[in-house]
Design a protein around this ligand. Structure first.
Ligand SMILES: Cc1cc2nc3c(=O)[nH]c(=O)nc-3n(C[C@H](O)[C@H](O)[C@H](O)COP(=O)(O)OP(=O)(O)OC[C@H]3O[C@@H](n4cnc5c(N)ncnc54)[C@H](O)[C@@H]3O)c2cc1C
Length: 501
């Protein structure tokens, strides 16, 4: 059987993978495949089905610029609508025939002789000239390292793997974590559970939520007059760019902290609970969370906020650091994802046979978040230092996709078969990122966050406004790359054989 070969293999079918595929099709590229380990497309919005799940960046901006949706039901759409939107885009732009479901990428190794990627998947091997890693920044659920966690005999699940068959009515439930997911699902389950113990490591900064249903006349205007929706998108974009000032200037952040502190004072009257819920670090150091329901839920008589930390999990209980023990039936982990230690790094092997995880040693690094020295013809989407604390990641994805397309065009023009970013270009870029990160709230705000890796380095976040990122990626900068024109070994041999005849 001949091995399957494609010009381009894309890992993942979230916003990144689908965005890449749609734009490739629009450029006339037909020979590409999307490899998706799950049984459906959609990434984040397929996996996170917990009650109350919705985006926290307005939908007019958290969507593709080339596919505005006039039909969002609310300003911040629920998970099911975003998933429907992605399905619709995949169908409408003709991407579905390229999708291979239930196909997990288990390994990808660069073959320097043949100048292609040898990809191992759960459904067999294939090869590709280019590999696009769009496996997602928040796609691998992370569980805390707590002694005894595996001994728990009740029901336990992560928020990204919600067990909808399990009935929480009247149960004793412990929620571990108070991040972006927990603040959405806790208010939803609070009325139905018997008791709820919320284990909080550090209190999040919580701001009032501006979510509201979109009126029928608004939707009609957006449908009949698309420039109105584009104008709204632009207004939201620039309003959110202004949030960057608080991350980069402590005095601005300090001033703005009055908003969430007022929100807390207004919604929580009990001084002891308010003390527990007052963050002990600078606003913005961790993701700022918009919600009007979180604090009211925590004031309910069946809810307890535990700030002592977890010492141990036993078969039917959770033991806090102070030795107090709470009997529980169900444990729900709202403990986030493997962000700076992405599993795909263990699976991608470069020109010299080393995995990315090996080379990165805990601190991911790329050039423009997209290419990595020693890994020819590999493009990351939402790669190192492209995460955001203030606006839509789709903006970053579209910037990267445009850069990849321009790289492919340049290669075609110059007759190049391979592309590899130069080591010095990558180092200079990352040194600049480090300088931009210095003094920002993410490193000086006094918190531990998923933006910072195990070496204490910012390898996840883009540390400033997003428009400079777009500007930097607006054109493929061939000078930062080695473009190879050498024919693959097999072609060489064939040519020699033909010449000999
Ligand atoms: C609950 C939640 C809410 C969020 N809200 C926002 C928001 O409001 N605004 C915002 O900007 N961002 C938000 N995010 C971040 C979100 O992850 C990104 O916005 C975006 O969805 C990322 O898209 P992606 O395609 O890069 O990754 P994903 O959507 O994670 O897609 C990656 C895909 O790759 C697949 N995959 C992974 N590994 C493999 C493998 N080895 N082989 C094959 N397939 C693989 C996965 O199954 C998945 O389908 C949120 C995240 C979560 C979890």
């Amino acid at each position: 059987m001949t091995q399957q070969h494609h010009r381009i293999a894309i890992v993942g079918t979230g916003f990144s993978g689908l965005g890449m595929a749609i734009r490739l099709r629009q450029e006339g590229e037909q020979d590409f495949v999307l490899l998706e380990r799950a049984g459906e497309i959609g990434g984040t919005w397929r996996d996170n089905t917990y009650p109350g799940c919705r985006c926290d960046v307005p939908s007019h901006l958290y969507s593709f610029s080339f596919a505005p949706n006039p039909n969002w039901s609310s300003t911040f759409s629920p998970q099911s609508e975003i998933l429907d939107y992605l399905r619709d885009c995949a169908e409408r732009f003709g991407v579905m025939p390229h999708v291979r479901l239930h196909t997990e990428v288990e390994g990808a190794a660069w073959d320097d002789d043949e100048q292609l990627w040898r990809i191992e998947t759960s459904r067999g091997p294939l090869t590709a000239n280019f590999l696009v890693a769009a496996q997602g920044p928040l796609s691998e659920p992370s569980l805390p390292e707590v002694p005894g966690i595996e001994s728990f005999e009740g029901t336990a699940f992560h928020s990204a793997q919600w067990d909808h068959d399990h009935d929480l009515a009247g149960e004793r439930v412990a929620v571990v974590g108070t991040g972006a997911s927990a603040i959405q699902f806790v208010p939803e389950i609070q009325p139905e559970v018997g008791s709820l113990h919320v284990f909080q490591r550090s209190a999040p900064w919580v701001i009032p939520h501006r979510n509201r249903p979109l009126k029928r006349w608004e939707r009609t205007i957006y449908r009949l007059f698309p420039p109105a929706q584009r104008a709204m998108r632009a207004a939201i974009y620039w309003a959110r760019e202004s949030f960057v000032f608080q991350f980069r200037h402590r005095s601005v952040g300090k001033l703005l902290e009055r908003i969430p502190l007022g929100h807390l004072r207004h919604q929580v009257k009990d001084p002891e609970l308010r003390r527990k819920l007052t963050p002990g670090y600078a606003m913005g150091c961790k993701r700022i969370l918009p919600t009007d329901e979180w604090y009211p839920a925590l004031t309910k008589p069946n809810v307890e906020v535990v700030t002592e930390g977890i010492r141990e999990i036993r078969p039917h209980s959770v033991v806090a650091a102070d030795g107090s023990e709470r009997e529980v039936d169900t444990l729900i982990f709202g403990t986030g994802f493997h962000v700076t230690d992405v599993p795909i790094a263990d699976r991608i092997t470069g020109r010299d046979g080393r995995t990315l995880a090996d080379v990165w040693a805990g601190s991911m690094q790329a050039y423009k978040g997209t290419t990595v020295a020693g890994y020819p013809n590999l493009f990351f989407l939402v790669g190192p230092n492209t995460g955001l604390g203030h606006t839509s990641i789709v903006f970053m994805i579209e910037s990267q996709v445009a850069y990849v397309l321009d790289a492919l065009r340049t290669m075609r023009r110059r007759g190049a078969r391979t592309l590899e970013v130069r080591e010095d270009a990558q180092s200079a870029y990352n040194a600049e990122l480090d300088r931009m990160t210095n003094d920002t709230v993410w490193v000086s705000g006094g918190c531990t966050s998923y933006y910072i890796d195990r070496n204490g380095h910012n390898s996840a976040l883009w540390p400033t406004f997003t428009w400079p990122f777009r500007r930097r990626l607006s054109e493929f900068d061939a000078a930062a790359y080695a473009l190879g024109t050498r024919a693959p070994a097999a072609a060489d041999e064939l040519e020699r054989a033909v010449a000999a005849v």
